[in-house]
Design a protein around this ligand. Structure first.
Ligand code: PLP
Length: 380
């Protein structure tokens, strides 16, 4: 095989032609600062407003709940920092399986005097009943990602929020629920309104948009800015907006949502094919549960090689997969925590690789990967 075959779509996706064309066109035609009051600035501002309006229609949420950010990490950080600097400490329920963009705040919260309660996700799933048991009069923030980036499991966000809202009614206390939906948008259908979360984080580059642009949904007016400076984004995210990135992200989100069902069907089929081909291989365990998981992510474990070795052997054969989340490649410990929180044994965790599919993968590519794995894992 001479061409690289890409199965690392959870790390990032290739920018689509439409998003790239939009980016280039916008860089040329709408380069002015949207905060400038001259004609060119007003032109840029009207495009910015258009994007927010389109995204608000696509996500079925009010325009003033959407803030453009530089990435999902920044969207997560705005929420976390806002609580971190709040005058009163409290408790945050922090699932062990969250992305480092959130778990990375654990030490800071503890230093500030907060209680950080870690939650496990046995078999890959958070348990609403476990959340209920841990809610206390101190709880101010509950985190619950929608699709786990390592395993692909779809977490029961709506059920967890129901439990939290019931507790709020009983105690008269307000609790903010944040979901990191970075691996969900455009891949699995969901509604922010039905989930009833207070905030959510998204990233353009996970759905064939450009790098360096993300989106925060937030309906909690008490959330404060992470940075200081201008009044852009209603003061919640100061700094000149990345208009070409925002326009390209809007095009990518529109495309992803318009084609979500068709792409989902296709990727479901590829996932099933991969499972069918890999399950019989000796020493291979499919870690991602067959039910309640996104078909875009398949985590497997092999007995024969540690994950870093097998991924390198696959790179040599021009297959791009991942030994974990790209962001945690330098933080193996975090990766281990996520898998052990899902009750994956240390042995299986050492041999775990993540195959993340995209809507541009083909059956031939899936067969070629299965053949390559079969070749590498067979024999001595
Ligand atoms: N959250 C999740 C669940 C992710 O998978 C990622 C990317 O790997 C991020 C956050 C960070 O996204 P970004 O690169 O846009 O900061």
């Amino acid at each position: 095989m001479t061409e690289m075959v890409y199965f690392d779509n959870a790390a990032t996706t290739r920018i689509s032609r439409k998003a790239l064309d939009t980016y280039n066109m916008a860089s040329d035609a709408y380069w002015a600062n949207p905060s400038s009051l001259h004609h060119e600035g007003l032109k840029a501002k009207s495009k910015l407003d258009e994007c927010r309006k389109k995204l608000s229609l696509l996500l079925a949420v009010p325009e003033d709940t959407l803030t453009f950010t530089s990435c999902a990490t920044e969207a997560d950080s705005i929420i976390m920092e806002s609580f971190l600097w709040a005058p009163q400490c409290g408790e945050v329920l922090m699932p062990n399986i969250e992305h480092g963009a959130l778990t990375g705040f654990t030490r800071l919260f503890r230093q500030k005097g907060w209680t950080v309660t870690a939650l496990d996700a046995p078999q890959g799933f958070l348990d609403p009943e476990d959340v209920r048991r841990h809610l206390s009069e101190k709880t101010r923030l509950v985190l619950c990602m929608l699709v786990n980036n390592v395993m692909g499991t779809i977490e029961p966000v709506a059920e967890i929020v129901k439990v939290v809202r019931k507790f709020e009614q009983e105690t008269g206390r307000k609790i903010h629920v944040h979901t990191d939906a970075t691996q969900a948008l455009g891949k699995i259908p969901f509604s922010l309104v039905s989930l009833d979360v207070d905030s959510a984080a998204f990233s353009a580059h996970k759905l064939h948009g450009p790098k360096g642009v993300g989106l925060l949904y937030n309906r909690n007016k008490a959330i404060t800015a992470l940075s200081r400076g201008g009044e852009q984004e209603a003061g919640l995210r100061p700094g000149t907006e990345n208009l070409p990135g925002i326009m390209a992200m809007t095009a990518a989100v529109e495309d992803a949502l318009d084609n979500e069902e068709t792409n989902l069907e296709k990727v479901r089929h590829l996932n099933a094919l991969l499972r069918e081909r890999l399950s019989p291989l000796q020493g291979v365990t499919i870690l991602t549960p067959a039910e309640r998981s996104s078909p875009y992510i398949l985590n497997i474990s092999t007995e024969k090689y540690p994950s870093e070795v097998l991924t390198r052997m696959l790179y040599d054969k021009d297959f791009c997969v991942s030994s974990g989340s790209a962001c945690s490649n330098n933080a193996k410990q975090h990766q281990g925590t996520i898998l052990s929180s899902m009750q994956v044994s240390p042995k299986q965790s050492r041999g775990s690789i993540r195959i993340s599919l995209g809507n541009d993968n083909t059956e031939e590519e899936v067969m070629a990967l299965a053949d390559a794995l079969s070749g590498l894992l067979g024999g001595d």
